[in-house]
Design a protein around this ligand. Structure first.
Ligand code: CO
Length: 694
């Protein structure tokens, strides 16, 4: 069946009710999920959705997407909001429009496959809390990862929307992997699974208009369920792609309200409504009503989020995505990761290597979580590989992927890489080919047990099962066991106004700087030091306010080659000396000391429940031993050893989460754990000494 598209213009008087179209294009609005996820790092707060909710409910959207994707993670981690509460709250304002969520198949709203008991409970609780449409995808398009959640969605009597992740290996649709027959076969499989609708999920905005036409037309001829198109704007193609899809007979498309549209988000709704007025695909939407919603958003809501908008570029189109197929969200992750590691200059190496890493990993589609898996592994390769060894630091997730824990990759994984990744892998060295979750043990009972002193609420237990570290922190705040830090609090419009006032004043040159206190006279004890930071040299004069400076002697180094960074920390003060003329009297510090020493003492940020135990894990007095340093900034998620344990070289000691990927950091030498300088939940800087092995 094809819907013939024709342009029959009628009257444009907005006050006049338009006659209904023969086959109106249905629209799902994504502003309250994918919109702010794409533009403002998912930081939108529930309180900022309420002012427009009732008006949005009147528009006539097929559905509004309000949950899932990154919202669950971001809300409890960065906004101190209960993700479950958002559905219940918004449901009070949206009385007519169905709610849609993005469900990552067996990954739910996290980054790994969860056990079946968690998956089933998650869907049931989502439905109970008010979710209507479950847009379900799997990063590998392996629908065995749908089995548990689909059964639960159906049992709850809810709408199962099956997704096909749109991916490419060529500049246009085709090639050996992602060709037309690939998509048609996936669509048939989804229909057979009972999909109520099928969504083509073009997360990177790679779908070209004529490919959309060919694909949608073929899909309409192959399956009978309605076809939905989700195509991000990123590359700039999506508005034209939408039009070719409409011509080919697509049933539903995704858009955002214009203030949440474009860049890495989606095309705006308003031009589409306008363009279709008077045609047989007329949406029937009220343009002035949409304009009113945008007024509220622009005036009262979005100023609070503007600072999160990446305005480093003037262009709203990202041409890189066409050249490198790197989705927008992934790109900003990579840039952040490289920036934190002072390696932003390596971004072009990352672009260059990314297709190679993707190929090695079986040409997987790039969507959460595979986009992070491929992206961060590429960053690791660029930063840590050398001539002698490739894939020097393999993330836990790549190991899981090589084992088969995410499912079947479209192409085989490079056998050499697979062998290397699975060497010593905890589940075994032979890859598993069954349904991934079949080998996962139930997880809910343990979560229930872990929380029994805090809560018995099933929604809390699921939150903790999905996010044990940050979920626990959130629940401690929720139940008043700990006070949330200020940076989790919302930004008010008043604060934004004050900030803007200051900027205005500064620009007008009216900002009066505080007078600096006059510098005190230099005393006779003032001494000059040469300070070298990498290649830069500074001369610094040091003069203590009361009396001569205290000089700490650094002990003679017996084994300079192995001296840990911690050795540069002040030892016991030896004597109070009179001014010393020659700085050379101080022993030269080990080469890595200037950077690593502060990290060793200051990198661990307080705030975790375990921080109080710090005293028993401080560095030993003799400081002998080899440090295990954080190769990148991140959060400690697991410590496998304790002080006094013996470790073999290469054995994992600490697991560091960086950009959602876990890196098992292994012992650089064999020996005994002399000290552990971090706790689970700590954020650590690059080069922080996590433990010392001697
Ligand atoms: Co999306």
């Amino acid at each position: 069946m094809t819907d013939h598209f024709s342009v029959k213009m009628t009257d444009l008087n907005f006050d006049k009710k338009r006659p209904p179209a023969e086959n109106p294009l249905k629209i799902e609005d994504l502003s309250l999920r994918d919109g702010h996820q794409s533009l403002f790092a998912t930081r939108g707060r529930t309180e900022d959705m309420i002012p427009v909710a009732e008006r949005m409910d009147e528009i006539g959207f097929w559905a509004v997407e309000v949950w899932g994707g990154a919202t669950f993670d971001t809300m409890h981690r960065f906004l101190n909001e209960d993700p479950w509460e958002r559905i219940r709250t918004l449901k009070r304002y949206f009385k007519k429009t169905p709610f849609s969520m993005l469900l990552r198949g067996q990954n739910l709203v996290g980054y790994r496959n969860y056990a079946d008991d968690v998956a089933k409970a998650f869907v049931e609780r989502s439905a109970e809390n008010g979710m209507d449409i479950f847009r379900t995808f799997d990063a590998l398009n392996d629908y065995r990862n749908f089995e548990t959640v689909v059964a639960a969605i159906k049992a709850c009597g809810k709408h199962f929307q099956g997704c096909i992740c749109y991916s490419m290996t060529e500049p246009r649709m085709g090639g050996d992997v992602y060709n037309l027959s690939y998509y048609l076969e996936k669509a048939r499989a989804l229909q057979d699974m009972g999909a109520d609708t099928i969504c083509i999920k073009d997360m990177a905005g790679l779908m070209a208009p004529y490919d959309a036409f060919e694909l949608i037309k073929a899909l309409k001829e192959t399956v009978s369920v309605p076809i939905h198109l989700h195509s991000h704007f990123t590359s700039g193609m999506s508005p034209i792609t939408h039009f070719k899809a409409v011509e080919a007979g697509v049933d539903i498309i995704d858009t955002c309200l214009s203030s949440y549209a474009y860049r890495t988000s989606h095309a705006a709704i308003e031009p589409m409504v306008m363009a279709l007025i008077g045609t047989n695909r007329d949406t029937g939407f009220d343009l002035p009503a949409l304009a009113e919603i945008n007024n509220i958003l622009e005036k009262d809501i979005l100023p609070k989020y503007k600072h999160l908008l990446d305005d480093s570029k003037v262009s709203i189109i990202d041409i890189n995505v066409l050249l490198h197929q790197t989705p927008g969200g992934m790109l900003s992750n990579l840039v952040n990761q490289l920036r934190e590691m002072d390696a932003l200059d390596k971004i072009h190496d990352v672009y260059e290597q990314l297709p190679k890493v993707r190929k090695d990993l079986g040409q997987i589609p790039l969507v959460t979580p595979t986009s992070q898996i491929v992206g961060i592994q590429t960053v690791n390769n660029v930063l840590f590989d050398d001539e002698t060894e490739k894939y020097k630091m393999i993330t836990s997730q790549v190991k899981d992927l090589c084992y088969g824990l995410y499912g079947k990759t479209p192409m085989p994984i490079d056998p050499e890489l697979q062998k290397k990744a699975l060497k010593g892998y905890e589940r075994g060295e032979t890859p598993f080919t069954g349904r991934p979750a079949a080998i996962l043990s139930p997880e809910l009972d343990k979560a229930r047990e872990d929380l029994k002193d805090i809560t018995t609420d099933i929604d809390d237990i699921i939150l903790y099962a999905l996010y044990p570290v940050t979920g626990k922190k959130f629940l401690m705040y929720k139940y008043g066991r700990e006070n949330p830090p200020d940076d989790l609090k919302p930004r008010t419009l008043e604060e934004v106004r004050r900030e803007q006032e200051l900027i205005k004043k500064a620009k007008a040159g009216q900002l009066v700087e505080k007078k600096k206190a006059a510098a005190p006279e230099k005393s006779e004890y003032a001494r000059s030091f040469n300070v070298f930071v990498e290649d830069e040299h500074f001369e610094v004069v040091v003069d203590e306010p009361d009396g001569p400076p205290m000089i700490y002697a650094v002990p003679q180094q017996t084994a300079p080659a192995r001296q840990p960074a911690a050795a540069a920390q002040p030892q016991s003060p030896v004597r109070k000396t009179p001014p010393v003329q020659a700085p050379k009297a101080l022993a030269p510090a080990p080469k890595s000391a200037p950077k690593a020493a502060p990290a060793a003492s200051a990198a661990v940020t307080p705030g975790s429940a375990g921080a109080a135990k710090k005293s028993e894990t401080k560095a030993p007095a003799d400081s002998q031993g080899t440090p295990l340093k954080a190769p990148m900034p991140g959060m400690i998620v697991r410590i496998d050893k304790k002080v006094g344990d013996t470790v073999k070289q290469g054995e994992p000691v600490v697991t560091l989460e960086a950009m959602k990927m876990e890196n098992a950091l292994s012992a650089p030498v064999s020996g005994t754990i002399l000290s552990i300088n971090c706790n689970v939940g700590d954020s650590v800087a690059k080069n922080a000494v996590l433990c010392v092995i001697g």
